[in-house]
Design a protein around this ligand. Sequence first.
Ligand code: TXA
Ligand code: MG
Length: 343
Amino acid sequence: MQTQLLKNTQSDIKTAGAILANGGLVAIPTETVYGLAADALNGKAVARIFEAKGRPMDNPLIVHVASFEDISRFRLVSEIPDVAYALAKRFWPGPLTMIMKKGEAIPDEVSAGLDTVAVRFPSHPVAQAIIRAAGTPLAAPSANLSGSPSPTTAQHVMNDMDGRIDAVLDGGSCEVGVESTVITLVPEVPRVLRPGGVTVEQLSDALGGIDVDDAVLHQLKEGERAASPGMKYKHYAPKANVILLKCTDDEFVRYVNQNAGVGVAALCCDEDLPLLGGVKTLSLGKRGDYDAQAHALFDCLRRVDGYGGVLTVYSRLPQTDGVGLAVYNRLIRAAGFEVIDLA
Ligand code: TXA
Ligand code: MG
């Protein structure tokens, strides 16, 4: 299959909408990461997403809408809980996905057999325009091959998906850089299943009490059931081995320099660059600038593999406040939970 590269123009947005309305697959820009979209109400079209990504069929997809009203208009959920109104008012459109009881329009391919569905109203104007052009809500996981870092540019998507999907619409690089925060509204106390651009602190502030699922910070134990099926898979991993160091800034520099050599890289911050020697360096941005780090993370993880021969990548264990928690959650999975405690 030939994958068309579409641009951010009215006529190409119309083309993308038509491909989607006819059951095709288009990778679309959003404010978080690129999504691989199909008509969410067409089970056959949605099944092609799993095939193109090599995604396990038991991992459900997020349904993207272009307004809050789309949820009832397309009968996506069976009931909208009060908290959904409150969260939408404060955080939509934006990087927040809400899980609710699924409605009759949702095909099994989207919900992967669960009785719930995840819904998101993205803030990216091009994503909104494509949903409107398609005339239907769009199911879209991140547009990477299953297991790879999520794509934050159209080039990342092409690297993984060229020849596997109908089109990619290039809307530039994604602002947030990590996937949306996922919160389930089904339990009595809403529970964060995946941290992202909307922080746990902001959600607590909006709702009072919320829970954070154990799988956000910790590895699931053998046989343990994941509240969010995506959390159980190895994720975001470059081919090189990522190792996280729990340490101070000085210890990080000392350890990396001591272990320097061909085949070693450091995923670090700008302040480390003049202090590190004998290793390839990839900076996530200024120390403490979590937004910059989230924005750069997946691009850096992809670039590691572009440096031929890099076998080991050292990085600091990130902080867990604010957007730092999203960076922590992705990096610890990229590292397969391998942490060396230097204290
Ligand atoms: O920012 C994002 O969320 C991006 C853009 C494209 O919108 N999408 C995205 O989709 O990251 P994906 O499929 O890569 O991640 C969706 C996560 C998975 O971990 C999945 O298991 C979980 O959400 N999920 C989806 N529906 C669910 C449900 N009904 N119950 C529990 N978890 C669900
Ligand atoms: Mg994904």
